[in-house]
Design a protein around this ligand. Structure first.
Ligand code: MD3
Ligand code: FE
Length: 224
């Protein structure tokens, strides 16, 4: 068995090679930290359950009147809201009338460690959006441009079933790369990539030992 061992002398096989965290550049300002969140997966999923106990999953309605196939919630000072009035960041969960739940303890250090590793020091996210995909759910090609802070990156953490992520360029018709994001992958989108078009293809059916028939994605943003 080959393994990346941490420590000297001791036979500490913490990771199989497939599970060992490693960094892959993806494009201008975009970096994938493969398996970067793998060591915290169970704690992250417990924390997601705590958030959704206070701010349950919901299917937002786009300004065009379509129900999103992805279920969402948020935590932290700001959450993302969509309705027929448009998209915005809001400190109040419209479903409860209360502030969004706080970010669970390990969220901030993980997001900051990822950002720092990709060259974005001092990342102070004020919103964490949580997306839930079941088989067939998808996110059509879009740009994230509701955040007022254009200098901060977006950090995303994938948990559960794998997804095929589409990543284009500054215009809608730019050529697109497809990359598969698996359980534990962390991606930092900064610099020019911050405003590139992107989307998620319909989730394929499957079962993940920790999440069942779902994919959970966390995105950390500085919205204002
Ligand atoms: C590239 N979420 O919530 S995460 C979103 O997997 C969103 O749930 C996807 O796109 C998901 O807005 C993708 C990766 C991601 C997030 C934000 C980006 C990629 C990005 C912003 C700019 C460029
Ligand atoms: Fe997005």
């Amino acid at each position: 068995m080959s393994a990346s061992a941490v420590g000297t002398g001791a036979n500490l096989a913490l990771f199989d090679d497939d599970d060992a965290p490693r960094i892959e550049p993806l494009g201008p300002g975009a970096v994938v930290w493969r398996a970067g969140a793998r060591a915290f997966d169970t704690a992250l999923l417990v924390a997601v359950d705590q958030v959704t106990a206070q701010a349950p999953w919901r299917h937002l309605i786009t300004p065009g009147g379509f129900r999103m196939s992805v279920a969402m919630t948020s935590c932290g000072p700001l959450g993302w809201v969509s309705d027929r009035r448009g998209y915005r960041y809001d400190p109040i969960d419209p479903d409860s009338g209360r502030p969004w739940p706080p970010m669970p303890d390990m969220f901030m250090p993980l997001a900051q460690a990822a950002a720092t590793q990709a060259g974005f020091d001092g990342f102070e996210p004020d919103a964490c959006l949580i997306n839930r995909y079941v088989p067939g759910a998808r996110l059509t090609l879009h740009q994230d441009r509701d955040e007022r802070d254009a200098h901060s990156p977006i950090v995303s953490v994938s948990l559960g079933l794998p997804a095929v992520f589409q990543f284009g360029g500054p215009t809608r018709r730019d050529p697109k790369q497809r990359i598969t994001l698996v359980h534990g992958d962390v991606v930092v989108w900064g610099g020019p990539a911050r405003f590139f078009h992107h989307g998620v293809l319909p989730l394929k059916a499957g079962r993940h030992p920790l999440t069942g028939e779902q994919r959970i994605n966390l995105t950390f943003r500085r919205a204002r």
